[in-house]
Design a protein around this ligand. Structure first.
Ligand SMILES: *Cc1c(COP(=O)(O)O)cnc(C)c1O
Length: 451
């Protein structure tokens, strides 16, 4: 089921001994001969597989529902569908995309608390049964109650916009009860780029409170959704496994494996960030002399200038997250191996005529020439989906690659059919560590409102 072949979308097998970086080098060489030195991505789908295997190993109790808005390319969604993840969709077209690839509606959660009626109808008609809500307006269907999480330690904060406070949860639950609606569980999202795993602990304990509140009103909730926010690459401050090391004991404490609660998550950037590398070409360069006249030390002229590089991508295309956190792009700038070249302080700018369009405020680079390339790693998340055609520029092409062994591994997992990642972690029987999640993929079979 849900498997794919090289015919489904263009991808190249990496020959034995080659990696994605070799493909980038090769492509840069080819393009350097031509006039058309457009920016491009190379995406290694084997990296998505690796992330999935890491997830299953580190958090066997938690089923991932990939947040499609993070990167909705067919290649990524197909790979994840083959791996058997679920999907967090935020709109009708995301639901359409995922279902067009043969994903069963039981593997979809419509996790945008703010939904247009026509999209809602579409979801219902097409069998999507899990939806999140945080207000009375949305009280019309089997629901997962979204609570606020403390996202003060996150780069992208969402609690201002979404989530019900613990106080309003009681009111919502009471109201839902009056309306005879089914509330199947609780969700939260700690915000993108969470920097403190303890945030999850607090939110999981808050969720426990809401489960208990629900129980008092006669609700037997069975689903906990711990949202997204997991780091997308390892050179960020904390590794994914460090989050898992905090989340697992919190789950065991507040929702022990025998509590009959199924736990899911909605990772976005975790799955795709590191798979994508972006190559941009330098299309312009400016040397800015420092306007200061210091007496004394005659330096050799290296420290009196800043270089400004202009490249053929920018915040209106692949780098929109720079707007939210200017510090974000620097760690992704690929460091060249140390050569004996002199380096200069420099800044990197996008290609549009807009003053906000700066990519890296401050970095150190050798004296590069127009026509040379710069590489940015970890570019898979919130890049292709947020790209605009502002100023008439188009988003970079993506070249998908994968090793043969990665492809075979994906095929194998896919051939095992509709199994949860938990089963893949423990293929022989059901060790007690895996809890009861193994039993079901179907989360909710018809609530009292019966969509
Ligand atoms: C955006 C979003 C996610 C994914 O967030 P990441 O930081 O990319 O993991 C998950 N859940 C919800 C509700 C979201 O809005």
């Amino acid at each position: 089921m849900n498997t794919f072949t090289p015919a489904d979308f263009d991808f190249t097998f990496l020959e034995e001994g080659f990696c994605a970086h070799d493909i980038i080098e090769q492509r840069m060489k080819e393009l350097s001969m031509s006039d058309d030195k457009d920016a491009f991505y190379v995406a290694d789908l084997g990296d998505v597989l690796k992330k999935h295997l890491r997830w299953v190993r580190a958090m066997p109790r938690v089923t991932p529902f990939y947040a499609v808005k993070c990167n909705d390319s067919r290649a990524v969604v197909m790979t994840l569908a083959s791996l058997g993840t679920g999907f967090d969709c935020a709109s009708k077209s995301e639901i359409q995309l995922v279902q067009s690839l043969g994903v069963d509606p039981s593997r979809i959660i419509y996790a945008n608390p703010c939904k247009q009626m026509s999209h809602l109808k579409y979801a219902s008609v097409h069998g999507v049964q899990m939806m999140t809500f945080d207000s009375e307006e949305e009280l019309v269907r089997p629901l997962v109650l979204r609570i606020t999480a403390d996202d003060s330690k996150a780069v992208f904060q969402l609690s201002v916009k979404f989530g019900a406070t613990l106080k309003s949860c009681r009111r919502l639950l009471e109201r839902a009860q009056v309306l005879g609606l089914d509330i199947i569980g609780v969700s939260f999202h700690v915000g993108g780029g969470c920097t403190d795993p303890e945030t999850y602990t607090q939110a999981i304990s808050d969720a426990r409170c809401v489960f208990d509140m629900g129980a008092e009103l006669g609700y037997n909730m069975t689903l906990l959704d711990i949202g997204g926010g997991f780091p997308g690459f390892d050179d960020s401050k904390l590794k994914f496994e460090e989050f898992a090391a905090v989340i697992n004991p919190a789950l065991d404490k507040y929702f022990p494996a025998d509590s009959e609660v199924r736990v899911i998550a909605e990772p976005g950037r975790y799955y795709v960030s590191s798979a994508y590398t972006l190559a941009v070409n330098i299309i312009g360069k400016k040397v800015v002399m420092k306007e200061q006249f210091t007496c004394g030390d005659e330096d050799d002229g290296a420290n009196d200038r800043t270089l400004m590089y202009y490249v053929n991508d920018g915040i209106y295309s692949s780098f929109s997250d720079v707007l939210f956190d200017p510090a974000y792009s620097l760690p992704r700038l690929h460091k060249k191996p140390k050569l004996d070249e002199r380096t200069y302080p420099c800044s990197i700018w996008g290609q549009t005529c807009n003053e906000l369009d700066g990519i890296v405020e401050q970095c150190v680079q050798p004296d590069l020439q127009v026509g040379e390339w710069l590489l940015f790693k970890h570019m898979g998340a919130y890049s292709v989906t947020l790209s605009t055609t502002f100023n008439g520029f188009h988003k970079p092409d993506v070249h998908y690659v994968m090793s043969r062994s990665a492809w075979q591994h994906i095929q194998q997992i896919s051939a095992q059919g509709l199994r949860t990642p938990v089963e893949e972690a423990c293929p022989s029987g059901v060790p007690s560590c895996c809890g009861r999640d193994v039993m079901s993929l179907c989360l909710h079979n018809g609530g009292s409102s019966g969509i």
